[in-house]
Design a protein around this ligand. Structure first.
Ligand code: ADP
Ligand code: ASP
Ligand code: MG
Length: 447
């Protein structure tokens, strides 16, 4: 018998109607044993996610802005009470959730802890889901643990296994666990996907189903190209590249727990459960879609610092000096494209705010004795990903021709020796156009 962990994202928990769909999906298969849920997300474009309301409320509490706190918290309470009504929950359960909402409100006001506040959307959503399915609610703080440096603690997997081993079915809230100091701690935004992967690995699941509002992983963001091709199957490595570079359908860190355990991920649509979705597996792309490229994703908001110095290539330790300066500022390096006498570092612009950029440039100039240092801001990185790129002659030419035909200037180029991806840097304003052009170049013949 299979042991399936299924995670339902915010759009799948947005109101009573869709929550009833979730119940149907879970109950349709006895092998769907552990259910991980997100906080209610948006019901329509201009709606606000519960998690965003919780952040707004705790920030208002920190600022002592009582009116804004009350306004946001009322919206949160109304959303949950509305969901209980839509689901025809009993008076006794409605009272229980009302009491929870009052207690959470008091704690946010008195403790003003961001992670605790943000986590309460999934806490309440999971309690409601557990009641609806008539199965136990297992709080994530009992089984998911973080180290003091914020990384996931290895003991989590054993704790999940021990807690769930004899539990036939359970609902677990996504997005948070217990920090090293004993307090609630969250993953980064969208981290419900990571919880699902961790529960799947800990519970030794045979499959991790990730239910969302699209019918799988598409070759690019459907907000950029309408109805892009669905990818029927991709590898963990391709998933990691695409999700890291902005394909937000799955959190990029959710790949690690399942990859280590060899558990496939299946992305499915809560609103169209009959559709095939996308399978994510270990095997190098069994490219059923027949193309060279599996997918394209892009991310805005990078800064490129370029150094030019004659005979840089002959200078031992040049790159090390640049990287040390970057590391000393605590900034992760995204990419490092280089030429013979030029070297660039690509960094996230948000990490360079508050005087960091100026300090870093000074340090780099001083340590490397380079005067010619150029800055290029508002850069997007676009990754064109696929195992099919390996050894494929002409793929780069196709990509660059597509960008040239659109009149888009390429600022950086980076291709890893794994040949899994080609990353180009373009101006932020060209980002979406560049993704669409690359998509057309590789997919229009088969779309
Ligand atoms: P959930 O609430 O289920 O966690 P998310 O909003 O986090 O859902 O992720 C689903 C969304 O990801 C889709 O609605 C879509 O707009 C977006 N998305 C971005 N890139 C892609 C892609 N390549 N394929 C599918 N969806 C994508
Ligand atoms: N609710 C959290 C967020 O909005 C986590 C998640 O949805 O996965 O980021
Ligand atoms: Mg998500």
């Amino acid at each position: 018998m299979e042991n399936i962990v299924c995670k339902f994202g915010g759009t799948s928990m947005a109101d009573g109607n869709v929550i009833s769909r979730v119940k149907k999906i879970v109950e349709a298969d006895a092998e769907r044993r552990y259910v991980v849920v997100s906080a209610p997300g948006k019901r329509y474009g201009a709606d606000v996610k519960i998690t965003d309301l919780l952040y707004a409320a705790v920030n208002a509490a920190k600022d002592g802005d009582v009116a804004t706190f009350e306004k946001n918290y009322s919206k949160i309470s109304e959303r949950f009470i509305g969901i209980l009504k839509e689901l025809n929950c009993s008076a006794e359960f409605t009272e229980e959730i009302t009491a929870d909402l009052a207690e959470i409100k008091n704690r946010i006001v008195s403790e003003k802890e961001e992670d605790y506040a943000a986590s309460r959307g999934e806490f309440l959503a999971a309690k409601i889901m557990a009641r609806l399915l008539a199965v136990p609610f297992v709080d994530a703080v009992e089984i998911i643990f973080f180290n003091a440096d914020g990384t996931l603690c290895e003991k989590t997997y054993e704790a999940v296994y021990a807690r769930l081993r004899n539990v036939k079915r359970a609902v677990i809230p996504g997005f948070y666990g217990r920090g090293a100091d004993g307090r609630v701690k969250t993953f980064s935004r969208g981290g419900g996907d990571i919880t699902g992967a961790v529960i799947a690995a800990g519970a030794r699941a045979s499959l991790y189903e990730n239910w969302t509002d699209v019918s799988g992983f598409y070759a690019c963001d459907p907000k950029i190209v309408s109805s892009p091709q669905r990818i029927s199957s991709l590898s963990y490595a391709e998933l990691r590249e695409l999700s890291y570079m902005g394909a937000s359908v799955l959190h990029s860190e959710s790949v690690f727990p399942v990859r280590a355990a060899g558990i496939p991920i299946h992305i499915l649509n809560t609103f169209r459960p009959e559709e095939k979705g996308t399978k994510i597996v270990a095997a190098h792309s069994e490219k059923t879609d027949g193309g060279v490229v599996t997918g394209i994703a892009g991310k805005k908001g990078f800064t490129v610092i370029t150094l030019e110095k004659s005979l840089m290539n002959a200078e031992i330790g040049f790159a090390a000096k640049v990287l040390t300066a970057v590391a000393e500022e605590g900034i992760p390096l995204e990419h490092m494209p280089s030429g013979i006498d030029t070297l660039s570092v690509v960094l996230e612009s948000s990490r360079l705010a508050g005087g960091v950029k100026e300090r870093l440039i000074e340090k780099i100039k001083k340590e490397t004795h380079t005067e010619r240092v150029f800055l290029h801001e508002n850069i997007s990185l676009i990754a064109t990903v696929g195992h099919g790129l390996r050894g494929c002659i002409g793929a780069s030419a196709r990509l660059f021709k597509a960008l040239a035909d659109e009149g888009i200037s390429v600022i950086t180029i980076d291709q890893g020796s794994s040949e899994l991806n080609i990353i180009v840097g373009v101006e932020d304003r060209d980002c979406d156009r560049a993704i669409a052009a690359i998509y057309r170049a590789f997919f229009s013949a088969t779309a």
